[in-house]
Design a binder for this molecule. Structure first.
Ligand code: SF4
Length: 288
């Protein structure tokens, strides 16, 4: 069942009933995924989820339409009975702490149910709203971790590539709050986009936050996706940046060098997105 709830300015929320809560994960470090929302109000121009949302209007009006799975908690309570315990990624597609979560609280309730029932949870978001749920994460410190995406600390660049996402400063603030409560935290520094957020100065500012909060860093470089490529073209060119956001091996090697240099200078652990699953198994950061 689908119900149109309302819209504000350019934003539209549609409630619907989903058929499953836990999904299968294609990522080696996850056993399950859980996505309370389809579509994302943050509207990042590089978002791969544009092609994965499964909702035509959300994909075509990226950042303006969000579908809410209102029955997700009810489904989850049934699905976890007898289910093999494992790591659940919240979310694997769209941001679990986008603005709709302040009203619906599906992410919070789902994380709490999973952790209370012996599942492990890893959260990734761009929103400081995640700090609202510090009480849950700090209660299950050994079985959960929280990642916050910071692609740049430059507000203007952030506004260009992540137009409706909370400011980078507010995300850094949430990291500090989580760190103060000894919640395991990490920064996703990605995507690094050629000519946009790939300068040493820009990357070093992310290391400053990691160093001061004790977060490790996972980073990735931009890879073109269908819908994202179209939005990148439109936005990046409109803002006057050169059309050089594509990647090549020499540029990617240069980015790796920068991350390795700062990793050593700031004593911050760094993994690429591709190495991440291996690192999870080789360290005690998560105890599978
Ligand atoms: S916050 Fe994540 S899911 Fe949302 S638009 Fe940005 S990249 Fe996509």
């Amino acid at each position: 069942m689908t119900t149109f709830i309302g819209s504000c300015d350019q934003m539209k929320i549609i409630e619907y009933t989903a058929s499953t809560a836990l999904g299968k994960s294609g990522m080696k470090e996850l056993n399950y995924t859980l996505n309370p929302y389809s579509g994302c109000f943050h509207g990042c121009v590089y978002c791969f989820a544009i092609n994965m949302t499964g909702k035509k209007d959300a994909a075509e009006n990226w950042g303006e339409v969000v579908y809410v799975k209102t029955n997700l908690i009810e489904l989850l309570r049934k699905e976890i009975i007898g289910k093999k315990r494992g790591m659940v990624g919240i979310s694997s597609i769209t941001d679990p702490y986008q603005a709709a979560e302040s009203k619906y609280r599906i992410t919070r309730n789902a994380a709490e149910i999973l952790l209370r029932n012996g599942f492990r949870v890893t959260v990734q978001t761009k929103s400081p709203l995640v700090a609202r749920d510090i009480d849950v994460f700090s209660r299950y410190r050994t079985t959960c971790d929280v990642g916050i995406t910071i692609t740049t600390m430059d507000r203007d660049v952030a506004l260009t590539i992540e137009p409706h996402a909370p400011s980078p400063e507010s995300r850094a603030g949430a990291l500090r709050k989580l760190a103060d409560e000894h919640v395991k935290i990490w920064i996703f520094a990605g995507p690094i986009i050629r000519g946009i957020n790939d300068s040493q100065d820009s990357i070093e500012k992310i290391f400053n936050i990691a160093s001061s909060t004790g977060a490790r860093i996972i980073y990735d470089t931009y890879a073109p996706y269908g819908g994202a490529s179209a939005l990148m073209h439109k936005t990046v060119n409109k803002e006057g940046h050169p059309n050089t956001y594509y990647t090549d091996k020499a540029w990617a090697a240069g980015i790796r060098n920068i991350f390795e240099k700062f990793s050593s200078r700031y004593s911050v652990r760094v993994n690429t997105e591709g190495e991440e699953w291996l690192a999870e198994y080789q360290t005690d950061f998560r105890t599978f």
